[in-house]
Design a protein around this ligand. Sequence first.
Ligand code: PEP
Ligand code: MN
Length: 357
Amino acid sequence: MSTNSVSFKFDIKPNKPLLIAGPCSAETEEQVIQLAQAIQSTCPQVSLLRAGIWKPRTRPNSFEGIGEKGLVWLKKASRINKIPVCTEVAKASHVEAALKAEIDVLWIGARSTVSPFIMQEIADALRGVDIPVMIKNPINPDLALWLGGIERIQQAGIKEIAAIHRGFSSYNTSKYRNVPNWEIPIELKRQAPNLPLICDPSHIGGRRELVGPLAQQAVNLQFDGLMIETHLEPDKAWSDAEQQITPDALAHLIASLSTSLKEASQEDVYPRLDTYRQEIDRLDNYILELLAERMNIAHQIGNYKKQESIAIHQPKRWAETVKRALELGETNGLSKSFILELFQKIHNESIERQAKN
Ligand code: PEP
Ligand code: MN
């Protein structure tokens, strides 16, 4: 198997997100080359060009990628514009073809990370190869599955690894194509602090106008990089037309990103930050004590229900509790979805406690 000649590294710098841009899919040779050129001239901060060659599509009979010939176009665009390139691989034969074509960086898509069999097949194909690999989160909100996929690639000996957060499928309707569930990448960063974490606001938002705000949100959360789908004529794109932006829009997005978050650590701000944090810690402690008290009562009520042969879950009572919480939440400016989720969690724990009697 050929080894890669270009040694791209995830060069992570504070306040300077690593930028990856390019079309959802490579469509024609001219498209790839012209786009690479446009990105280079309008957004020189972009350090890696992306394009999908094999596209995992939800339904059959839609455009499933241009296939292997696209690798040659990508490499040509890379040579002409002196920018490294990356593409998605989803099975061993993709890895082999991409390595043969000397693609610089690989990424593994959300529909692959979800399957340990596929991840192992890709990991085995990568054994003994020195190439950077980016692993997108699985489509379902499962941190262990994401970590498991990353571990398989690590165990194959790959040293340069990054994670990409592209949001999660949800049964509920939402303004996002894939809900961000920010707590999952935040927890990934806590468990793997040295793993570069890149955000893909294009696949989270699914709509052009959400890309900028999501990119800023990722920067605010200290993500290390951004992957943004870019196309010369987004409306005519062969896949993901609604979420792609032009190189000009990308340049504007980059220019308007406020990345100099370090300013918050200037001396005059510090004492105030400490005061806020002390106040938050005090309230968190209070919340925890109240929750413990609530759970103790759940335990007692569980005993009583058992004694009196009363069912643990009382749907009517639960409906009333939710209604009251939503009303009080609204009066206090708390969002419906937050209150509902919070109370569902509290209720679940309470049921567990009652069942333990
Ligand atoms: C993509 O990056 O074009 C892609 C298919 O992404 P995901 O795996 O996040 O759906
Ligand atoms: Mn896409």
